[in-house]
Design a protein. Structure first.
Length: 373
């Protein structure tokens, strides 16, 4: 089996370091950003750099000052649970432990949803994700922190896992969230403000990137970010991942013979975690998956994925225990489904992500306000 991790330029940034640069800019210690009185981190969920540049005419505010180098690489898997957590903790998935959308809780032998299933799946946010957030670090140094998002997210388990240390401020529209973030930064000198905009991601999943609905969502977000940034406030706009459109003829449904020896299938359609039965012939299952999915997905064992550094330079025992015995990483614009009723909802999604393509991994890092070049 040959697998080559997509290469990046030696100077390529990672989203893992973005929040740390912001925090350093508050203290005048950043090597990439000038000092700012307050800082705002805007995360546009699901907006890849390639998609943004391809639709620059619909995002003039965002792309006006965007240079070729204003790009970072997302983590693996390129999905919100893993990538957003890396952005706000400054560590890789192998360290914070959110290694996919749905993963195995090995202590209970059940799959848990790391994005929306914290309450229903019985996950403790404080122990499952124990890495300190950038907001907790800011509080220890005497800086106020705020997180602006939908009211419905205020008390979710994912919010408690990723935004703890920040005061949650609800706002409804993209424009009102950006306005609230800028006002908080202005009113609270020395503060760190996080602003979450999920509209582009939602439109992409439902309708596909470049659909009229996706373009409209991009235009709304761009209009929101055209607002004047208060004096002394530095803003960085980035994303957790991009996405690709998956056509119906690129949907592969695993047949019964494919899942023989498999106890659980987690992850998501473009990056599956397969957890084997205790008595399964691991070598045989691995060989079968590689043969059956040739040209569709790269199949790696847990050990190979960790050795390739897919989850980062450090992988804790807890994180490793949540990684599948096998990983199926979709190539091109393919997606894999297990054929269960629970999997049907995702088959209706057009835009997908989680794998290693540039469209999924490359995200913008745009500087506004006091950070603008």
């Amino acid at each position: 089996m040959s697998f080559m991790l997509p290469s990046a330029a030696p100077s390529a940034r990672s989203v893992v370091g973005v929040a740390g640069d912001l925090f350093a800019a508050l203290r005048g210690e950043s090597e990439v950003l000038p000092r700012a009185d307050s800082v705002v981190l805007v995360v546009i969920d699901g907006l890849g750099a390639i998609s943004l540049r391809g639709h620059a005419g619909h995002a003039r505010s965002l792309t006006a000052g965007m240079a070729k180098k204003d790009v970072a690489h997302s983590v693996f898997p390129s999905t919100t649970a893993a990538a957003l957590t890396s952005i706000v903790t400054g560590v890789w998935p192998g360290e914070h432990g959110l290694v996919g959308y749905r993963v195995l809780d090995p202590d209970r032998d059940v799959l848990v949803n790391q994005l929306s299933g914290w309450e229903t799946d019985g996950i403790d946010p404080l122990t499952w994700q124990s890495a300190p957030t950038i907001f907790e670090r800011a509080a220890r140094d005497g800086h106020e922190s705020f997180a602006v998002g939908f009211a419905g997210y205020a008390h979710s388990g994912f919010t408690r896992a990723t935004l703890r240390g920040a005061e949650f401020v609800p706002a409804t529209t993209a424009a009102s969230r950006v306005e609230a973030a800028y006002e908080l930064a202005r009113e609270h000198p020395g503060s760190l403000v996080y602003c979450y905009l999920p509209e582009v991601d939602k439109a992409g999943h439902k309708h596909g990137i470049a659909s009229p609905e996706w373009v409209a969502a991009l235009e709304d977000v761009d209009a929101a970010l055209s607002a004047r940034v208060p004096a002394g406030v530095g803003v960085v706009v980035t994303s957790d991942h991009g996405m690709v459109d998956v056509a119906p003829n690129r949907q592969v449904v695993l047949a019964e013979e494919h899942v023989a020896g498999i106890r659980h299938i987690g992850g998501e359609p473009r990056m599956l975690h397969a957890y084997l039965e205790p008595d399964a012939d691991r070598a045989a299952v691995t060989s079968r998956w590689r043969a059956d999915l040739e040209g569709v997905a790269d199949v790696l064992t847990r050990e190979e994925a960790i050795r390739h550094g897919l989850f980062g330079p450090k992988v804790t025992d807890a994180a490793a225990s949540r990684v599948g015995d096998l990983l199926a990483i979709a190539r091109g614009a393919w997606a894999l489904y297990d054929g269960t009723a629970a999997d049907q909802r995702s088959r209706g999604m057009v835009g997908q992500h989680g794998a290693l393509t540039p469209e999924e991994r490359q995200v913008p890092v745009i500087r506004l306000g006091a950070f603008e070049r």
